[in-house]
Design a protein around this ligand. Structure first.
Ligand SMILES: C[S@@+](CC[C@H](N)C(=O)[O-])C[C@H]1O[C@@H](n2cnc3c(N)ncnc32)[C@H](O)[C@@H]1O
Length: 256
């Protein structure tokens, strides 16, 4: 699909964030990989990992789709969270990523000291795009997620929807994209995302997801999507749509 610019891809800058962890700025997408206000580690743990695991306490095995790998904060924070909370659940993470050079460079990135215990995992991902032990398995699928996801056959219990913003990375937020995700969901899937945009929520709603407000203390609110009723604050999408007749989901045809 169009909208990507390989020639700008190598140009990135290291940026400090407010929780004293580092992220990158991407010239290609004109955007940071994390919120500098919320902080890279803080955002990853509080917007994605903790809410998803709080809603999946009982499982023996959890499969996670991490959209997209980037600096790997979401994947690495998941493992860090399991280790520090003595969670023994088997975890398999699959993560598409268009930027192979970025993943190959991660062993030189300045991660938070919290990740010191998993430096062997970071090195393995960076060298081989893969890691496996008795509890954790991570595989990176290099390429455009819009091409790789339709051929994935697994069902996922958790999806971290963490692409760049709809403005700069629109093809990972359209109704058609969420139709692809829908086919990859287990019945009790939890989708976490930092986006609270109505167009994003409508794209999910039009694919049969229920939407919930998620506001962890101290950081910006996001959205949780599920196919089941959750004990969270439900967003009444019918009411929203009746009040805003102009509102619509993003469509592939808006961009290509
Ligand atoms: C906001 S960053 C992800 C941050 C990451 N989750 C983390 O925790 O560090 C978005 C990532 O999506 C990747 N990306 C953008 N469009 C993509 C596509 N169509 N297919 C695969 N990866 C894509 C970018 O290269 C970038 O690494």
């Amino acid at each position: 699909m169009a909208l990507y610019n390989n020639s700008l891809r190598p140009f990135k800058k290291v940026i400090p964030t407010n929780d004293n962890t580092f992220t990158l700025y991407s010239t290609e997408f004109d955007e940071c990989y994390h919120s500098t206000v919320d902080g890279a580690l803080n955002e990853s743990l509080n917007k994605h990992v903790i809410p998803a695991f709080n809603l999946h306490k009982e499982k023996e095995k959890i499969t996670i789709l991490d959209i997209c790998f980037g600096l790997g904060y979401n994947a690495f924070s998941t493992i860090y969270y399991c280790i520090t909370n003595n969670i023994k659940t088997k975890i398999e993470i699959i993560s598409p990523e268009i930027d192979e050079q970025l993943v190959k460079s991660l062993k030189d990135f300045i991660y938070p000291k919290e990740f010191d215990v998993i430096s062997h995992i970071i090195n393995s991902i960076s060298d081989d795009l893969y890691y496996e032990d008795e509890q954790f398995k991570i595989s990176i699928i290099i390429g455009d997620a819009r091409e790789s996801l339709p051929i994935v056959t697994k069902k996922f219990d958790i999806i971290y929807q963490d692409a760049f913003s709809p403005k700069n990375n629109p093809l990972l937020w359209t109704r058609e994209y969420f139709t692809i995700l829908r086919k990859l969901c287990s019945d009790d899937v939890i989708i976490t995302t930092y986006s609270s945009a109505t167009a994003v929520r409508m794209g999910l709603y039009e694919n049969g997801f229920l939407l919930y407000e998620y506001s962890p203390s101290g950081i910006r609110a996001g959205t949780i999507a599920s196919l089941k009723v959750l004990d969270l604050k439900l967003i009444d999408m019918e009411l929203k749509m009746s009040r805003n007749k102009e509102a619509k989901s993003f469509k592939d045809s808006d961009f290509i």
